[in-house]
Design a protein around this ligand. Structure first.
Ligand code: FMN
Length: 190
């Protein structure tokens, strides 16, 4: 699949089932991710791959996070939170290790990781897999961050749910023209 076709045809998977990408395919996806533009070549990305039972690490952490935020949460609601991590056969948690740097602002390091996530998503699409980029309150909870093995000053930018798409969102109608100005052009026409 060529790049423009991949970009134009991608949409989020609303239901993900087995098979997940194989270990070798996950390697391909991560290689694609780290090809992203990277100011200062700081490689600010960190990945935690959760396959099979390892997804419980995230589910348990999400439930613990919810319980800590709202101690009165009913056990069945906590179970629902726990099961969220089972909505795809594979999840890749992506964090940014953005640190103070004399030349590269931390924002730019975050942007590099966001670009890496998009590379990963497009590469998965090109291999025939579905994805959904999710965050939610748990993504910003230090408890979840440490459960996944990230450093305390890393920031989780996404949980990328991966698998075979059993249902896809419609490809969104988008129009860059409406948010673009050709500066200095007389008519504004391209
Ligand atoms: C940083 C980021 C976080 C997101 N978090 C969520 C999320 O927690 N839940 C959700 O339903 N969609 C989330 N989305 C949006 C979806 O991933 C998706 O892009 C959006 O629904 C548009 O659908 P499309 O990808 O099919 O165009 C997030 C997107 C980004 C960029």
């Amino acid at each position: 699949m060529d790049t423009l076709t991949a970009i134009a045809s991608r949409s989020s998977a609303t239901k993900l089932v087995e098979p997940a990408p194989s270990r070798a395919q996950v390697g391909q996806l991560l290689q694609a991710a780290v090809r992203a533009p990277d100011h200062g070549r700081l490689a600010p990305w960190r990945f935690a791959v959760l396959a099979g039972d390892a997804r419980h690490v995230l589910g348990d952490a999400m439930a613990a996070s919810l319980a800590a935020r709202t101690p009165a949460t009913a056990p069945e609601v906590l179970d629902g939170e726990r099961r969220k991590a089972l909505r795809a056969p594979l999840i890749i948690a992506v964090a940014a290790a953005a640190r103070a740097h004399p030349k590269v602002p931390q924002l730019e390091q975050l942007l590099a990781v966001a670009a890496a996530i998009e590379n990963l998503i497009l590469a998965a699409h090109a291999l025939g897999f579905g994805t959904m980029w999710k965050t939610g309150t748990a993504a910003y909870d230090p408890l979840v961050r440490s459960a996944l093995g990230f450093e305390s000053d890393d920031q989780i930018l996404g949980f990328i749910y991966l698998g075979t798409a059993a249902a896809l969102a419609p490809v969104r109608e988008v129009d860059a023209g409406g948010v673009t100005r050709w500066v200095g052009a007389k008519t504004g026409a391209a």
